[in-house]
Design a protein around this ligand. Structure first.
Ligand code: ADP
Length: 445
């Protein structure tokens, strides 16, 4: 029964960080983010434009018409349901499309429309009458390159005179024959191979070079050097665009090394806000009551919920308990392969699974728009201590209430130790976390 399972939860499960998972790569995370997304994310963060040339004021557009796009491109983005440009698009596109071409380093979070922006830029610069590669986009992984390829094809669908090719593992180019597609999207290794070894890809006519996911790219062993070597094959007139979701010193150094005189658009690191997330706690004593609380919370009719456990062990156990009681839950821990994680996330995003049990592997960065409830089954504690891990707390509850939506966070507080953690979190953020009144449960939408 659930009770005997519940009592098997060792007390230490909440205070060890031994199984905390940091083994997820930047590329996997990026792919998971993309998989989780259903559309554009409205960023409320401000974009900051660092101008290179003060005499060349940047302007931004409020609608797609003002961009003077080819009519097929405009039609196509309307067909795709784009109504208005996103913030990064309205800021970056006028500069990306202007003549003479300007180099750009742009930062914006995942899901805010960067791919669509540089896809439009690449497609707009192609001269269909010339049968050669005029735009090149490098992506860090096979999957990400394919995803970008699909998106460029989609946006370029009505431009039947523009050809597009993907350069990833498994694609072959017959020797002696030139790649004459206008746009090539690929991984650095394959592209470099085609350019220097196979010599089937000539970049001398290339007009646009996009380095997508620059942060992931430079975090991936070997990609940085390979990208620099490809970059050296490009004519000096080639317009360079670098897109990144994060902007740390390494990305900046890399960007400065390969992008001359760029216009830089970066995200202002606004303080994360907690205002739109309703935080509460539920008090219980011992693992049986703790499980009871979860089983109760599980019945709250919310869109989707995430349950965070501190260890893989605790996550596995909670999932089997709930399943044994006839509840349908998904489970995601670092035990899963990247493929399996994607599968689980896809089901969850599509709403086929309503509840997701997970470890800190999902605490950061995943944009799950439909999540309206985050439950801390175990409160996050700093590795090897009994102190609250306030950063992880913030990241976990930030999985809900994305981009201004209202979210709920419920903390399961098991005894005095946990209550102490809640008090620490309260004083760290200067907030009050009230005790959940079971009679007011319907407040949680
Ligand atoms: P990023 O590259 O920043 O991760 P994408 O360009 O892939 O973001 O955009 C995220 C999603 O939003 C995609 O499904 C894309 O088709 C869609 N999208 C992009 N721009 C717009 C827009 N202006 N309006 C509506 N949807 C958009």
């Amino acid at each position: 029964s659930s009770n005997s399972l519940a009592s098997a939860v060792p007390d230490s499960s909440k205070s060890t960080g031994d199984e905390s998972e940091v083994n997820i790569t930047a590329a996997e995370l990026s792919l998971m983010r993309k998989a989780m997304r259903k559309g554009i994310i409205e960023s409320k963060n401000k974009l900051e434009i660092l101008r290179q040339d003060p005499n060349n004021p940047l302007y931004s557009v409020k609608d797609f018409e003002s961009l003077n796009l080819r009519k097929e491109l405009l039609q196509s983005i309307y067909n795709m349901g784009f109504k208005l440009p996103s913030k990064i698009q309205e800021t970056a596109l006028p500069t990306l499309l202007a003549d003479p071409p300007t180099n750009m380093i742009a930062q914006s979070q995942s899901g805010t429309g960067k791919t669509a922006a540089f896809s439009l830029a690449m497609l707009s610069r192609i001269d269909p009458s010339r049968k050669c590669c005029q735009a090149l986009c490098l992506s860090p992984t096979f999957e990400l390159a394919l995803q970008t390829y699909e998106q460029v094809k989609h946006i370029g669908k009505l431009c039947t005179d523009i050809t597009i090719r993907v350069a990833v593992k498994g694609e072959t180019a017959p020797r002696g024959e030139r790649i004459n597609e206008h746009i090539v999207i690929g991984t650095p290794g394959k592209v470099l191979y085609w350019v220097t070894k196979y010599k089937c890809l000539d970049l001398r006519q290339c007009k646009v070079f996009v380095l997508d996911e620059a942060d992931v790219m430079i975090a991936t062993q070997g990609h940085q050097d390979t990208s620099v070597r490809i970059h050296k094959q490009l004519p000096s007139t080639c317009q360079m665009m670098l897109f990144s979701a994060t902007y740390d010193d390494e990305v900046v150094a890399f960007a400065e090394a390969i992008i001359p005189n760029p216009v830089t658009i970066r995200l202002r690191r606004d303080e994360e806000t907690l205002e739109n997330i309703r935080q509460m706690y539920v008090e219980c004593h011992g693992s049986d009551e703790k499980y009871e609380a979860i089983a109760n919370i599980y019945t709250i009719p919310v869109g989707s919920s995430m349950f965070f456990c501190q260890t893989k062990y605790a996550a596995n156990l909670l999932a089997s308990q709930l399943r044994a009681d006839g509840h349908q839950v998904a489970l995601l821990t670092g035990d899963l392969t990247p493929d399996e994680r994607l599968r689980v996330l896809n089901c969850y995003r599509r709403g086929e699974e309503r509840a997701l049990i997970c470890t800190n592997v999902l605490a950061r960065g995943i944009d799950v728009e439909t999540v309206s409830l985050v439950v801390n089954y175990d409160l996050p504690v700093l590795h090897g201590t009994n102190r609250a891990d306030c950063d992880t707390y913030l990241h976990r509850i930030g999985r809900t209430g994305r981009f201004g939506k209202t979210g709920n966070a419920i903390n399961i507080v098991d005894g005095q130790e946990d209550l102490k953690l809640i008090r620490e979190i309260e004083s760290h953020f200067g907030i009050k976390i009230p005790k959940l009144d079971y009679n007011n449960m319907d407040e949680i939408e």
